[in-house]
Design a binder for this molecule. Structure first.
Ligand code: ZN
Length: 725
């Protein structure tokens, strides 16, 4: 529910959009030539501009790149992209699939490679120096994207191919590619008049700047604000692994003999779960939920107001009622109303469950002190006490069996059983940080190379919080077989050197989730890059990943890979039974914190955007929804990176629920068959879901796999909510 997927293509929509060169004003010819020569000497040494070389069809040159390389490389590659597009637009031959649509698929490849690395630096290695590059280039890249989608000659060619009767004779994949290019151009304003196109481009560039500022503000509050624990008194209740992590963080900040809780979810959530110090829990909670909302130079509220206003103006320019209507048009849900209907059908069951959960927690709190009334900083703490009391289940007990390395092996094993993949660790592959490891993925039976999987597991300064998947290179076979490179990134807290990293059940789920995205990328078997792997509609992309979460709790994985970190013994079946019994425990909390965020995201993009005060909007909307006061949104508006650090998940956070409807229903196909490892069901899943990318309509893909359209009953069962008859 929490995890981004970061297709590099999203940053630029698609490598294929740009416009003709020759736009730069020609000044003095001599000085221009000189400038070019100078640039060329420098550019020839720029590792970002070189093809990826080495094994596996080339590797990202992480060992050679310096931050100072980005600016000249992006500029050169942008110019090259524009000239490639110009060539297509200006050719005299009549438009055909080959000379227009397929040709566009070949453009911007250099820029795409550079933007991939630029995205990796921005998410994993951010520094003030790199942030300057982002601040400069985000608007420029948005401008480039507009220049391409607003190229009249190019659009005319695409439209001609799309509407041509000849197109009906192409393969299904080619026809879909035509449709997607055409639709993307129209959705980006290709049919607008010149004045409106200009305004649209201004808006996009301004938005790009605001998105960057939003993320940078958030990163500042996450890295600058900390909770310092000064004495052993302040550690009461914390498990040793958390204390060790906090001590290491303190040392890194040169605070000897102290402990530091960072302002990130992976540090704050466990602190809120275990700290017996109610006063400190309140402090930690307030620090975390006020990220981006602290006044001063890193406050995000004003930015949000501006973003919403610009998004609304853009939607109207493009002929849509609101930003949400524009965003939803090319999703499975299709309309905001449909998404809201789904969310509101689950909401009452979720908040009713919260009431029960709070009552259970209050009973326990009353035994300690009749004056305690459950507050949001108490929820995780008392929920843990209820979990212990009711299910005899202690998350710390579970954690002792959840070693990161072993669970990773467990994921590999699942991928072997279901997808027929094998994973071999590789040495001497360039990485951007020593913590990153690389594996080769092969077909288990034939030994055929499938792709590479990079894994960057640990939190560090300059890395954004959360977990995500990224495709460094998409699978395709337009001209030759190109294999994929994918990565999973997470923020586990490193323990002491040499000791295994123990992770919670939730973190293990997230690990499997992101690996699901990776498998989606690795399974891709398509011809054109635009349609490859995870390049599918937003409310479908979380389906493969959420589906994979289900395999964590299979007895096969638990008995083989959930091994005690000291004794090496597998997790006892009695503990597994207790985990199963507690599987829908605290689902009121989880669903409500998620859904409140998803509803706010949708409603704020449907509201009159002329002057929204985010804090006020959030409060009033939550009141109207009957949000229980004992918890908060998973992502409050000023820190809602999914929604305000880019357009990707805006009016799109509902996607996780939408996808989970598909997920729950799809998993029941295994249950109805021979179980989680039913090879025949797995084959169908790969055939219609994991391998097809965006080459078929997701609704058809799902139905072909499942035999019926997705139904919500399975979701309600999965979450332990009553199923409406
Ligand atoms: Zn995801």
């Amino acid at each position: 529910m929490k995890h981004f997927i970061l297709p590099a293509a999203l940053i630029l929509f698609n490598s294929a959009y740009a416009e003709g060169p020759g736009k730069k004003t020609q000044t003095d010819k001599t000085s221009k030539n000189k400038h070019i020569e100078m640039q060329q000497t420098q550019l020839s040494d720029n590792p970002l501009l070189a093809d990826w070389t080495g094994l596996y069809g080339g590797l990202p040159p992480f060992d050679k790149v310096k931050v100072s390389d980005f600016k000249p490389a992006i500029e050169a590659a942008m110019a090259e992209n524009l000239s490639e597009i110009d060539k297509i637009a200006k050719q005299t031959e009549a438009p055909t699939f080959a000379n227009t649509i397929a040709a566009m698929e070949r453009t911007g490849q250099k820029l795409q490679r550079i933007i991939t690395l630029y995205g990796i630096w921005g998410s994993n290695l951010s520094t003030p120096e790199f942030q300057e590059v982002e601040t400069e280039f985000e608007p420029k890249l948005a401008g480039l994207s507009d220049q391409i989608s607003q190229n009249i000659a190019l659009f005319k060619r695409i439209e001609t191919v799309y509407l041509s009767p000849e197109t009906k004779k192409l393969s299904a994949e080619q026809q879909r590619l035509c449709k997607i290019h055409y639709t993307n151009f129209v959705r980006s304003g290709a049919k607008l008049d010149a004045a409106k196109k200009n305004r649209l481009s201004e808006i996009n560039q301004e938005l790009a700047g605001f998105f960057t500022k939003f993320s940078q503000n958030l990163l500042s509050d996450e890295s600058d604000l900390i909770l310092v624990l000064n004495s052993k008194d302040e550690l009461i209740g914390l498990p040793q692994s958390l204390i060790d992590g906090a001590s290491n963080t303190a040392k890194a900040k040169l605070l000897d003999d102290k402990w530091v809780i960072s302002n990130t979810r992976s540090s704050v959530d466990p602190f809120l779960t275990y700290s017996d110090r109610r006063d400190l829990r309140e402090k930690a909670w307030k620090m975390f939920i006020n990220r981006g909302d602290n006044g001063g130079e890193h406050d995000n509220n004003e930015l949000i107001t501006k973003i919403l206003r610009l998004r609304s103006e853009r939607a109207k320019l493009l002929g849509f009622e609101t930003h949400a209507h524009w965003r939803l048009e090319n999703t499975m849900a299709k309309t905001p109303q449909k998404a809201i209907e789904l969310m509101e059908s689950v909401w009452p069951a979720a908040i009713a469950r919260v009431k029960e959960e709070v009552a259970d927690m209050q009973t326990i709190a009353d035994l300690v002190d009749m004056n305690i009334k459950i507050e949001p900083w108490d929820y995780r703490y008392y929920a843990e006490k209820v979990r212990k009391q009711r299910y005899d289940l202690d998350q710390n007990e579970v954690k002792q069996y959840f070693q990161l390395d072993k669970l990773r092996e467990g994921m590999f094993w699942v991928a072997g059983e279901l997808f027929g993949f094998s994973f071999t660790p590789l040495k001497n592959i360039p990485v951007y940080h020593p913590d990153v490891n690389v594996w080769e993925v092969k077909d288990k039976k034939t030994g055929r190379h499938i792709g590479l999987w990079y894994f960057d597991a640990y939190a560090r300064e300059g890395k954004r919080s959360g977990a995500w998947m990224n495709a460094y290179r998409d699978q395709q076979r337009m001209d030759k077989e190109v294999t994929t490179i994918v990565s999973n990134n997470s923020n586990f807290v490193k323990g002491n050197p040499g000791e295994p990293v123990l992770i919670s059940w939730d973190d293990a789920s997230t690990l499997f989730h992101e690996f699901g995205h990776a498998l989606h990328g690795l399974s891709s078997n398509v011809t054109y890059p635009t349609l490859s792997g995870t390049n599918v509609v937003r409310d479908y992309v979380e389906f493969p990943s959420q589906l994979l979460e289900h395999w964590l709790s299979t007895s096969e994985v638990l008995s083989k890979f959930a091994l005690h970190y000291q004794t090496g013994k597998p997790i006892p079946s009695s503990l597994v039974e207790r985990i199963e019994k507690a599987s829908t425990f605290n689902e009121g909390f989880a669903t409500t914190e998620y859904l409140s965020s998803a509803l706010i995201d949708m409603k704020i993009h449907l509201a009159d955007a002329s002057n929204i005060d985010p804090d006020k909007f959030e409060k009033e909307t939550l009141d109207a929804l009957g949000m229980p006061k004992e918890l908060v949104m998973r992502h409050r508006t000023p820190q809602f990176g999914h929604v305000f650090s880019g357009d990707g998940y805006s009016a799109g956070y509902y996607s996780y629920l939408w996808s989970d409807v598909l997920t729950a229903d799809a998993y029941e196909a295994f249950v109805e068959g021979k179980g989680a490892y039913d090879k025949e069901v797995a084959q169908r899943l790969i055939k219609y879901v994991f391998s097809v990318g965006n080459t078929i309509d997701p609704e058809i893909g799902f139905k072909s796999f499942r035999g019926h359209d997705a139904q919500t009953d399975a979701l309600m069962r999965k979450r332990g909510f009553p199923v409406k008859k």
